[in-house]
Design a protein around this ligand. Sequence first.
Ligand code: DLL
Length: 444
Amino acid sequence: MKYFQEKTETMAPEEIRKLQSEKLVRQVRHVYEHVEPYRWKMDEAGVRPEDIRGVEDLPKLPFLTKGDLRDEYPWGFLAVPRKDCVRIQSTSGTTGRRVVAFYTQHDVDLWEECCARAIVAAGGSEEDVVQVAYGYGLFTGGPGLNGGSHKVGCLTLPMSSGNTDRQIQFMMDLGATILCCTPSYAAYLGESLRERGISPEDNPLRAGIFGAEPWTEEMRRSIEKTLGIKAYDIYGLTETSGPGVAFECAEQAGMHINEDHFIAEVIDPDTGEVLPEGSRGELVFTSLDKEAFPLLRYRTRDICILSRRKCACGRTFVRMTKPMGRSDDMLIIRGVNVFPSQIETVLLKEGYAPNYQIVVDRVNNSDTFDILVEMDEAMFGDTVSAVTGREKALVAAMRAMLGIGPAVHLVAPHSIQRSEGKAVRVIDKRKLVTEDENFLNRKN
Ligand code: DLL
């Protein structure tokens, strides 16, 4: 099986555009009639549903942000009667109030089909045993890939995240061939297999579908080596249903966006101007078929580039690069823009495992910038001067990449906490202070 839905996935680009235009007209009308807060936005912008006649009219519509959704928590953006919904999922709420997404059965089916496309693109078929080690529950990772795996007809292991001993036992006993989890947990599973003396050739896995957090090409190669698999990227966000908005094919050259269900635009995050293909900017999604939680021009804050170049896999859907940093993930340290992904690239290139933590603080009005990096057992046995030499070499490599030099601390093996879901790579103590201050201000 090469495609899950061949006819759709290989549609001619002009056919896709025609389909998108037809669906957009309907989706805009649905939103205008049923989502009051968006109707206000359209009224304020002076746009009527009949002004939207096709994809070319999309820029007339106002943007929607996470803040808009939070302001209307929980019911404000629900576009169908509550009795028609069968499910909710939700964001973790770590950076503020939660966003709750609603689904009708039709919405769940479309979402699961998107995930099924991703599994088939990773070589999956009914012969496969899919181990889903994303969290289940409010997080969309587990339920999404679980549903996709069912649609393909794979034997599905609904492991959820954590309990690494049990993960390994089921993987080995039931012969899991495809692993689905965050890349940081995949790296941890690889490390744990090695510690148990199970070599990459001895585990039954052959592919992995990893996403939900940024990960570099270097991290991909490292996971592929430690697990002995081919690693595929998958992208999505709770607001647009969950994983499966975009997925990688065997070419591993960007993720195909399911354009029959979503229109993707890239905009200048400062001006909101739509940028031409090939430009780096903020990704904006418009849903086309959603009943319960349709979103028009939703700003993801993920920064990426779109490409319409033909893909050797035969899929015609536009491709997005890995979102290598959210506009709000970027750290500004002593005035310099730093993306955690740049740090990961340096560390893996220099031969370290992806076990690191970035700590930023402010002392005497000046930013401090520390990177904790784990050594492996062999490095840990080195002399003190050898370790100091390694630290110096890393500082130099970081300075060359970032333009500023962090303090690098090589720490003992296993001293940095492993992640079972999304890894916490950055501890920005400056932010904690600001949040506390805000809280205090609100109380007063
Ligand atoms: O992370 C959905 C998901 C689950 C995607 C499983 C893939 C696999 P949220 O928790 O709402 O949803 O977080 C969405 O995570 O805006 C990106 O910043 C980031 N993200 C998701 N996938 C990727 C990826 C899920 N492949 C936010 N690469 C998004 C980089 C990703 N970042």
